[in-house]
Design a protein around this ligand. Structure first.
Ligand code: SF4
Length: 323
């Protein structure tokens, strides 16, 4: 059962304990890793196998995107907000962090400066972009009070290896742990909440994280919470063991489909609304393009276990599925 609300306060008490450090504590001992999957890449394959291929197998570069950069900026502010003492976690303080955090991201990835053209037009675009980021940060404060929270973890890297050898990995925006030990997984989205018929896809990512944490900690997370800063809605879901077992079966089946595509070289293009934002449209057969040849020798092809390790703010945004 999911609940979607606007502007409601969470009922889970403040966190107090360690949520676990990840890093493979739940890995199947002695199992050879045969591949690696994050929620974002799994979502890529489900959305369009060809897009997955371009991103993961060919590793084709993608243009920096203003939406992704904004997502990274807002996430960075919300992560660092909790470095402040409780009574300092105000909207004004968070808004003040936007400028310095943007400078930090620019230093890490200087090409982000090219998102906005020189001159008045570019300045206006940058101002509008920053205004949107400000509104998202302000909206966050209408959804919960960070002075009442002490997250156990922020930007937590988690990974586990299933018995099949498939490694599941990803970054969780925030983990809260109640005094009772109940765990809440929180993810910030800088888009708007999905329509009811797309909720399952949004929750897949959260169930994926819940599955990993369950394997690491031996306890099913109590609550999954998606916070949509684009329109101020919160999607909550209470998973149970059968949910997480079903998620594991789904992930394993997805991996088998990816392996089949790798073995056969058939990566199907699946058109949809994402095509409008796809960086690979010009090489997509659905739009008259021709994909480059697949990397020829399998031995030279990057191992699927290594394919998903990327770096930089844009990659981080991609990992978060914020696009
Ligand atoms: S343009 Fe659409 S169909 Fe083609 S690769 Fe991109 S997402 Fe897939």
């Amino acid at each position: 059962m999911t609940t979607t609300e606007a502007g409601s306060e969470t009922s889970v008490p403040s966190a107090g304990a360690e949520a676990g450090s990840g890093g493979g504590a739940g890995s199947a001992a002695g199992v050879e890793v045969v591949g690696s999957l994050s929620p974002s890449r799994a979502s890529d394959f489900m959305t369009c196998p060809l897009r997955y291929r371009f991103r993961v197998i060919d590793r084709l570069p993608e243009r920096p995107s203003a939406a992704a950069a904004r997502g990274t900026l807002v996430h960075a502010v919300l992560e660092r907000l909790f470095d402040l003492p409780r009574d300092g976690r105000t909207a004004a303080a968070a808004l003040e962090m936007l400028g310095p955090e943007w400078e930090r991201l620019l230093a890490e990835e200087p090409e982000l400066a090219g998102l906005f053209a020189d001159g008045d037009g570019g300045d206006a675009e940058r101002a509008e972009w920053l205004g949107q980021a400000r509104r998202m940060v302000e909206r966050y404060f209408t959804l919960e009070d960070p002075q009442r929270l002490e997250p156990a973890e922020r930007e937590l890297f988690v990974e586990t290896v299933l018995d099949s050898g498939l490694k599941l990995r990803g970054y969780i925006d925030r983990v809260d742990v109640a005094p009772s030990g109940d765990v809440r997984i929180v993810d910030y989205k800088t888009g708007t909440a999905p329509r009811a018929d797309f909720e399952a896809r949004a929750l897949f990512q959260m169930k994926f994280y819940a599955l990993v944490l369950w394997r690491l900690q031996g306890r099913v997370p109590r609550l999954l919470q998606l916070m949509y800063l684009g329109n101020g809605e919160v999607l909550r879901y209470e998973p149970d063991e059968s949910d997480l077992r079903a998620t594991q079966r789904k992930v394993e089946a997805l991996w088998q489909a990816i392996r089949r595509a790798m073995d056969t070289g058939e990566w199907r293009a699946r058109t949809g609304r994402l095509c409008d934002w796809c960086d690979h449209k010009e090489r997509c057969p659905e739009f008259g393009g021709t994909p480059p040849p697949l990397p020829a020798a399998p031995v030279n092809r990057p191992s699927p276990a290594d394919l998903e390790v990327t770096a930089g703010p844009q990659a981080a945004a991609r990992e978060r599925d914020d696009l």
